[in-house]
Design a protein around this ligand. Structure first.
Ligand SMILES: [Zn+2]
Length: 356
């Protein structure tokens, strides 16, 4: 935890001089909302009508009601433990947090079962643009605005992947963000998986793997986007789907990945991405939903993995969208937001499948 020097100083002074209660003149010690949330590693949900706040800290929920600095309120942790230290209060329209409340809350959480360890993290994000080089993936030729255009899946996946990669690199200076290919090359399947396996992990770290594809079907009217999470069940589903165009490519990836344990996180991540896809492109292309959504309880997940199908290259409406640079940026932005949502939730919860 990076404790700011200023805070440390004030905090120590508060302890030394016994300023446990907010008294007039002591307000300068109290923390503003952003600082308090940073210290607590918390997210706040605030209901302005009831003046009630809910802090999400790790897997804990802390509910408090804020009045003014003269009226102290109690905070309740996980609906059972009451914290008697005077809590956050409203001052000049903003929430202020007494340092004594923050330290008492931290101490209380430490002593609770399933205390927020908080040090589970995503160490790396791997972006996998499907196909490449001699393998074009799905190909479709359409007349778009009077021009005959041939779309190749390998180009679309690379463009979306490069943009996603750049956004993630900027967002996560402390994580490794890797691409399985950077250009129109053909990494073998083993190479793609090898990239993932090359990242050293300690036991509290995980990798996220995002494979990007576009769909094809003999049925020209089939269209829309899909998010697959990669579960053991997926292999069977793919093989059973006779019209699935990509079993040859996808099967070995899945096979290699099945040696990992990952499924619960993969489902959470698929949902996060699907939510962002719905927001970004749902009005223009239909959602075909999350696939393989059986729930498996798997321990020690190390590699939450999803595969997205951006749309159907074989469908005229989808092809028109996929030929549009702005639309591809919408897709990579949605993928980026979904990934960030997932990573934030994962790291805040200390890894979903632990202690389950
Ligand atoms: Zn593909």
């Amino acid at each position: 935890v990076a404790v700011r020097a200023g805070f440390r100083l004030c905090f120590s002074a508060a302890l030394v001089f016994g300023l446990a209660l907010p008294v007039p003149g002591a307000f300068a010690l109290d923390l503003d909302l952003p600082t308090a949330l940073r210290e607590l590693k918390a997210d706040l949900r605030w209901d302005p009508l009831s003046l009630t706040g809910t802090l999400a800290i790790g897997r804990h929920q802390v509910v408090f009601r804020a009045y003014d600095e003269q009226t102290s309120s109690l905070a309740v942790i996980d609906g059972r433990e009451v914290l008697r230290e005077p809590g956050p209060y409203l001052s000049a329209g903003g929430l202020l947090f007494p340092p004594a409340f923050i330290s008492a809350l931290g101490a209380a959480l430490q002593n609770m079962p399933g205390a927020a360890g908080g040090d589970f993290r995503i160490a790396a994000v791997i972006v996998d643009p499907g196909h490449g080089g001699k393998d074009s993936g799905a190909v479709g030729t359409h007349v778009i605005d009077g021009k005959k255009i041939t779309l190749k899946e390998k180009d679309i996946t690379l463009q979306v992947a490069l943009d996603l990669h750049a956004r993630l690199v900027a967002a996560y200076p402390d994580k490794r963000v890797l691409l399985t290919r950077k250009a129109d090359t053909f990494p073998r399947l083993e190479d793609r998986v090898e990239v993932a396996n090359s990242v050293p992990l300690n036991e509290k770290e995980a990798i996220v793997f995002i494979s990007i594809h576009a769909n094809a079907s003999f049925n020209k009217s089939a269209r829309g986007y899909e998010v697959w999470y990669l579960s053991p069940e997926y292999r069977r589903t793919v093989i059973d789907r006779k019209d699935y165009s990509e079993s040859e490519e996808v099967f070995p990836i899945l096979n290699a990945m099945m040696e990992e344990e990952y499924t619960t996180e993969s489902i959470m991540m698929a949902r996060a991405i699907m939510t962002r896809f719905d927001q970004a492109i749902g009005a223009r292309s239909p959602s075909r939903g999350i696939k393989a959504e059986e729930w498996f309880v798997v321990r020690n997940a190390r590699m939450p993995s999803v595969l997205v199908e951006l749309g159907f290259i074989t469908n005229p409406e989808d092809a028109r969208l996929l030929a549009d640079q702005e639309y591809l940026r919408n897709l990579s932005e949605a993928l980026y937001k979904g990934t960030v949502d997932f990573v934030a939730t994962f790291e805040r919860s200390g890894g979903f499948t632990t202690d389950r």
